[in-house]
Write a protein that binds this ligand. Sequence first.
Ligand SMILES: Cc1cc2nc3c(=O)[nH]c(=O)nc-3n(C[C@H](O)[C@H](O)[C@H](O)COP(=O)(O)O)c2cc1C
Length: 141
Amino acid sequence: MGLITIVYVSVSQHTMTDDELKSLLDECRAFNSPNDITGMLLYRDGFFIQALEGEASVVEPLYEGIRKDPRHVSVLTVYKNPIETRSFTNWAMGFNKFTAEDGKGIEGFTDFLDKPDVDFFVQHPGRAAVLLNSFRERTYF
Ligand SMILES: Cc1cc2nc3c(=O)[nH]c(=O)nc-3n(C[C@H](O)[C@H](O)[C@H](O)COP(=O)(O)O)c2cc1C
């Protein structure tokens, strides 16, 4: 077994308030910290994108559970790859809200910013990585 990363996109069941996002994050971190899971969760207008990193034996069952979570639907895997090193070492789960501004530096992002949809990242997995990595150094709460 080794380290893997899974990136997926999904649509929230309803528009999430900051309080709901905060309690989701508390829940994530309570599990992720002791289980050596790191990553980044981004949210915008009912749209989630998340990177999970850790041992395959932990990440895979966690992702199966996340997929079934009723707080979101249309969960689509963008990629699942073995990795040598983590990208989000600092975060048991970093969190940010992303805005149209954040995507401006990313090539080919305009279509997505005009009309967010989950298929965009499935078709352009590299852009999911660029977006997530642009938040590597900061967390919103
Ligand atoms: C968008 C989203 C991201 C989530 N990310 C994580 C996570 O990183 N870690 C985690 O433990 N749970 C995460 N969850 C919560 C899980 O889906 C699930 O509620 C939690 O693992 C508890 O599952 P259990 O009740 O089966 O033990 C996430 C849920 C959603 C909706």
